[in-house]
Design a protein around this ligand. Structure first.
Ligand SMILES: [Zn+2]
Length: 400
């Protein structure tokens, strides 16, 4: 997907935008840049079609269109702010070629209406140069009126990120899937027992393979965070844990986040990007990878390194919370995870028992083959190498 974004008008001189209570040219750039950021972080190729200066208004328009037409775009979007003679005009409107009622354009209007702006609808903008001359489907968004006090107050209250998020949700549908696909092997309306068994088995298999997070702990977190697979993220994004985008290059899901402040009060962060998955299984595996790799700030070692490989659930849960950045802000998280989940549902049944450690000075060695011919031994060694396994050839006495 490739989207061209034009932050409307030049930054100064000919082509400069309307000046109301706020300056159009400044805010088309703030909203446009935020929108480009959201799209890029979702993996969308963005072409910046903004022109900062030009000798004439017409030259500015032609330059923006030339940038847009240089490649095939799925959408060309020009961001603007409206103004009216009486300063009474208010609300959002979107212009398209011949007023085509594209679903994306209708959604942009509806999403901004959802934030409190009057919805003036999708209108014919065929007279507008950038709509008429761009090859791609195009829309020109008049976010609100920059000379109307009510609109400006509303706009400033919501903030640039919130406005950009509303536009983003209108044009980038992959992030909010209408019907979520998941593998047929996964039952997404399980009973509690089925859910526990599903997560427990995957967590156990991953523990045996990668030894990252103890299965009882992973399963308890999945139940607590997803409500046995019923949360919005579990249903719409196949995500059993609420992990924010942080470095994730896969699909994302947009949802507000309720966060606790240091003083204990709560706030809502609008339009936060969350990791979205192809399956619940992928979500479980990514949760373990995330805990084993995540570094905060300038940490040189992963924040939850003590959790990794820890075979005791009481210690592992303590390490989750005693890390430099605790896993959860809730003071009762540790106790609740152990008492209300791990012990209540006997999740330790998925933890390994009886792993036998070799005594001091001994190692368990994996034997792959024994040959009379050194050449035959090397054939096996090369075969293993192709599978990424480095092996040693040693000569042993036949009676071992
Ligand atoms: Zn304008």
């Amino acid at each position: 997907m490739t989207i061209g974004i034009n932050c409307g008008h030049t930054a100064s001189g000919p082509g400069y935008g309307a000046v109301g209570i706020i300056k159009e040219s400044e805010h088309t750039r703030l909203v446009g840049q935020a929108l480009m950021g959201l799209l890029r972080s979702a993996g969308v190729a963005v072409v910046d079609c903004t022109i900062d200066s030009s000798d004439t208004q017409n030259e500015y328009l032609a330059a923006a269109v030339a940038l847009a037409n240089r490649q095939d775009l799925d959408w060309f979007i020009s961001i603007h702010f409206n103004a009216s003679k009486t300063h009474a005009g208010h609300g959002v409107e979107v212009y398209t070629y011949e007023g085509r009622q594209y679903q994306d354009a209708l959604d942009v209007c509806a999403n901004l209406e959802g934030l409190g702006f009057a919805n003036r609808g999708v209108k014919a903008g065929s007279g507008l140069y950038v709509i008429r001359k761009t090859k791609a489907k195009s829309m020109l968004i008049e976010v609100c009126f920059c000379d109307n006090q009510e609109d400006v107050s509303l706009y400033q209250g919501i903030g640039v990120q919130g406005i950009a998020g509303a536009i983003y949700k209108g044009i980038y549908k992959e992030v909010v899937l209408p019907s979520v696909q998941f593998p047929a092997a996964e039952k997404h309306d399980p009973t509690r027992e089925e859910f526990i068994e599903f997560v427990g088995n995957i967590a156990q298999r991953d523990w045996i393979e990668r030894r990252l997070v103890l299965p009882s702990v992973v399963t308890a977190q999945a139940i607590k965070e997803s409500g046995f697979g019923t949360s919005e993220l579990a249903v719409n994004a196949n995500a059993l844990f609420g992990i924010k985008q942080n470095g994730w290059t896969g699909r994302v899901y947009v949802k507000d986040a309720v966060e606790q402040n240091v003083d204990g009060s709560y706030r809502t962060d609008k339009n936060v990007l969350w990791r979205a998955y192809d399956s619940w299984e992928q979500s479980i595996l990514d949760h373990n990878t995330y805990l084993s790799e995540r570094k905060i700030g300038n940490q040189t070692e992963p924040n939850w390194k003590n959790v990794i490989g820890c075979g005791d659930y009481i210690l592992a849960v303590q390490y989750l919370q005693n890390a430099q950045l605790p896993y959860a802000t809730s003071k009762t998280y540790e106790e609740s995870l152990i008492r209300d989940y791990i012990e209540k549902y006997n999740l330790a049944q998925y933890d390994p028992v009886g792993d036998e450690m070799a005594p001091d000075g001994y190692l368990w060695v994996v034997q792959a083959g024994a040959y009379k011919s050194l050449d035959n031994a090397k054939v096996l060694q090369r075969g293993l190498e192709k599978m990424g396994v480095i092996s040693l050839i040693k000569k042993y006495a036949e009676q071992m």
